[in-house]
Design a protein around this ligand. Sequence first.
Ligand SMILES: [Fe+2]
Length: 390
Amino acid sequence: MEASHIPRHCPQAEYQLTSVHRDPDKIRFNWGDGHQSGFHTIWLRDNCSCEMCGDHSGGHRFFELNMLPDNLDYQVSHTDQMVEIRWTADDHISRFNTAWLRSHCQSDQERNKRRSNPQLWDASFTQSLPRVSYPDAQQKESELLKIFDAVRSYGIVLLEDVPKTAQATEEIAGLLSFIRETHYGRVFEIISTPEPAVIANAPVPLRPHTDENFREPPPGIMIFHSLRASEDNGGESVMTDGFKLAADYKAMYPQDYQLLSEVPIPHRRFLDNVGLRAEAPMIQHDYFGQVCEFRLNERTMGPIDLPEKLISPVYSALKKMFALSYDSKYHMHYLLKGGEALVFDNARVLHARTGFNGNRHVRLTHVGSDEFYSRWRQLRYKYNGDINLA
Ligand SMILES: [Fe+2]
């Protein structure tokens, strides 16, 4: 059986197999666009998804590596769209769709296509902020995909023409994924009040931060749905690209960068019946080695709990990072109008706001990153044929 999660028919030269070469422990495939992929025999045998071996994608897997014979001698034959390997030791046959193989090519060139490609930005980004019409996204999946692609590339997108109703907040979340409920409930109201219980409800400026690092995982994709802007034009949203901060910080302070990528920084919230705590490095990397998560919040940071010798260097590194994050050259200002919503990735984009003196009303909710990016991969598969996005 061929691999199960097969791309739709792809006539492009890059998926056309032109020739196959045998190495002792590897098979090299030459493609119509001139590229060559090499796959180890152990990898090919492990990825057989015939009825006997079962399917990795769906979790219905019967083949176990401990069953693997030591002898992986093989015979291989192919058409331009299919490869058949007969394993000599047990006469087992594996078949692979060529587009599936190319989509899993392990060359640097092909792996680079699969990883995320964040477009970094700074204060000047206001004019280029991606915008999507909410009614269009509701009606057409191709428009909906633009929301996901923008968050994937820039970490943020502005939705326009959203109804100015409380009901619409949960509808936006439902369009993107599932609301993640917390002790705050499903939606958090940010309205100026005389004696606020939390600082978010006071009409004071807030420093750039990522939210709720005392959870594991923290809130994923945040939705700020504006019902009413402040009459005094205050209460601007101030957004900062944490990946840009990390890149600049790495160039300026490489040793401090290494430290902040390794030491866990605790965040806590102990209030009433809430006892949340989580620790993670401020900067985290994915399996490609690129930054995938940035957590910064001076207000919720707990007492640092590290070996004595690390206390001074960590404070020194943190001080420089907070100073950088508070530099206005990174701060993109946007005044959310009633009927607009900002959707952004809390694992990348820091938010803040300027002070205000009016009746501002923003409703905040969030959806899990896993479900959000699951939906993105499904849409990318449906509209672009992508089957192997990191
Ligand atoms: Fe916040």
